[in-house]
Design a protein around this ligand. Structure first.
Ligand code: PLP
Length: 385
C-alpha cells in the first residue's frame, strides 16, 4: 500500500476526533481501500483514478468545478485557434499576460502564465521551502502545497484556522522562525471562508526574513468580502499570488492559470519547468474570458444565488454548515463524513470528502439548480438511512 505508515499516523490523529463507534466505521471504510473515492489524500493517484472512473450519469459536486464551463467568447476563441494547432504559439501566452496585466494593474514582468495554478503553486513550494525552511499552512486547508513540501523533505507546519475559519495570522507568522513559505488560501478550500486583508498584511509585515507568502486566490472571483493580495505584489513585497481559470471561469479541463509576483521571485519558479510552452487553447480561452467585462460579476451572482438556496434548505432541515463565499460548502453531516461521501455516490451524486480536522463535514461543490435539487433529494435519503 502507498505510504501506509503515514496513513496510520493520520488515522491515529483522526481517531482522536471521533467516537469509538465512528472510528470503527471509518476503519471498515478504509479496509475497503481504493474502491472508495477520495478517502485519503495521501493516495493521490488512487483518488485521481477514482474521480476519472465516476460513471458519466453521476452528478459531479466533488472537485469544485464550474458547471457553466468556458464562456461563449472563450469557446469561440478556442475554436478559432484549433486549426493552427500544428504550430508553437508563443504569442498566445504573451497575449494572455498582457490581458492579465491590464486587468490586475501589474507590469507584465510580474505575471507568469501557466497551465492551471497547481503548477506554479507546486513550483513555488519547491523554490521557497527546503529541509531547513518549513512550509506553514492552515488546517483544514488545500493539501497540494504540503504534498510538494513533503516530496522535497521540507517540514510542514499546520496551524488550525480560527473559530470563524479565517487564517490565524499571528499563529501562522510565529509558527516557525525559519519558515520558507507561508501559504494562505483566500477564500479557503475546503471551508470557502475569507481571510481579511489586515491578516494578510500582518503576515507579510511580520513573517521571517526571506520567507515568501503564497496567496492562493483560486476562488477569489466568487467572494464579495475578500481583498486580493495583488497590491502587495505591486508594492514589491515577498508575495506570490496564484490565480486559476478552473473555477469561476469554468476552464478546469483546459488548464490556464498564473502566478503574480516580483520578477525575481517568478524567476525562481521558472527554473522548475521546461520551455514556457502552454496550450494555445487555454491561453486564448483565458484571454477572451478576461476581456468579458461583466463575466465575473454575472457568474458570481448566479453561483451565490444557488449557494444561498442550498444554505437556506440546510438551515430549514436542521443541518449545520460553514458559511462560504466560494463555490463549495462544508456541510456537517453529524456522522462520519467519508461514509456520507460513499453513500451519496450510490445515489449517483459525487460529493467531496471530509477533512481530518473536520471529520463529520463533507465538502459539496455548488452545481446547477437542477443538480442541487438532485443533491438535496439524495442527501435526505442518505441521512435518513
Ligand atoms: N488551489 C486551490 C485552493 C484549489 O482548490 C485548486 C483546485 O481545486 C487549485 C489551486 C488548482 O487549480 P488548477 O490547477 O486547476 O488551477
Amino acid at each position: 500500500m502507498v505510504n501506509s505508515f503515514a496513513r496510520e499516523q493520520e488515522w491515529a490523529r483522526l481517531g482522536r476526533k471521533l467516537t469509538r463507534r465512528e472510528f470503527a466505521r471509518m476503519a471498515a471504510l478504509a479496509a475497503a481501500g481504493a474502491s472508495l473515492p477520495f478517502y485519503n489524500e495521501l493516495t493521490l493517484a488512487q483518488d485521481m483514478k477514482a474521480i476519472a472512473n465516476i460513471p458519466p450519469d453521476t452528478i459531479r459536486l466533488n472537485t469544485n468545478e464550474n458547471p457553466m464551463g468556458p464562456c461563449p467568447a472563450a469557446i469561440e476563441a478556442i475554436h478559432k485557434v484549433v486549426p493552427q494547432g500544428g504550430r508553437y504559439q508563443f504569442n498566445q501566452a504573451f497575449a494572455f499576460v498582457d490581458a492579465m496585466a491590464a486587468v490586475e494593474g501589474l507590469p507584465t514582468a510580474c505575471i507568469l502564465a501557466s497551465a492551471g495554478s497547481s503548477d506554479p503553486l507546486h513550483r513555488a513550494v519547491l523554490a521557497f521551502t527546503s529541509s531547513s525552511r518549513p512550509l506553514v499552512i492552515a488546517d483544514p486547508g488545500y493539501e497540494a502545497p504540503a504534498r510538494a513540501a513533503r516530496f522535497i523533505g521540507a517540514k510542514v507546519i499546520q496551524v488550525p484556522l480560527r473559530k470563524d475559519h479565517s487564517h490565524d495570522s499571528k499563529a501562522m507568522t510565529s509558527a516557525s522562525a525559519n519558515a520558507g513559505a507561508i501559504y494562505v488560501c483566500n477564500p479557503n478550500n475546503p471551508t470557502g471562508t475569507v481571510t481579511r486583508k489586515e491578516d494578510i498584511d500582518y503576515i507579510v509585515a511580520n513573517k521571517p526574513k526571506g520567507c515568501v507568502v503564497l496567496v492562493d486566490e483560486a476562488y477569489i472571483h466568487f467572494a464579495t468580502t475578500a481583498t486580493s493580495a495583488t497590491p502587495l505584489v505591486a508594492d514589491g513585497k515577498d508575495v506570490v499570488v496564484l490565480r486559476s481559470f478552473s473555477k469561476l471561469y469554468g476552464m478546469a479541463g483546459l488548464r490556464a492559470g498564473a502566478a503574480l509576483g516580483r520578477p525575481d521571485l517568478l524567476e525562481k519558479l521558472r527554473g522548475y519547468g521546461g520551455l514556457p510552452l502552454l496550450p494555445a487553447t487555454a491561453m486564448v480561452g483565458a484571454t477572451a474570458s478576461l476581456k468579458e467585462k461583466t463575466l465575473v460579476a454575472e457568474r458570481r451572482k448566479i453561483l451565490a444565488d444557488i449557494r444561498e438556496d442550498l444554505c437556506d434548505w440546510l438551515t430549514k432541515k436542521g443541518y449545520g454548515f460553514i458559511p462560504s463565499e466560494a463555490n463549495m460548502v462544508m456541510i456537517d453531516s453529524g456522522r462520519v463524513g467519508q461514509q456520507i461521501t460513499a453513500e451519496m455516490l450510490k445515489h449517483k451524486v459525487a460529493i467531496g470528502r471530509a477533512w481530518q480536522s473536520l471529520p463529520r463535514h463533507v465538502r459539496v461543490t455548488i452545481g446547477t439548480r437542477e443538480e442541487m435539487t438532485k443533491f438535496k433529494a439524495a442527501f435526505e435519503r442518505v441521512m435518513a438511512s
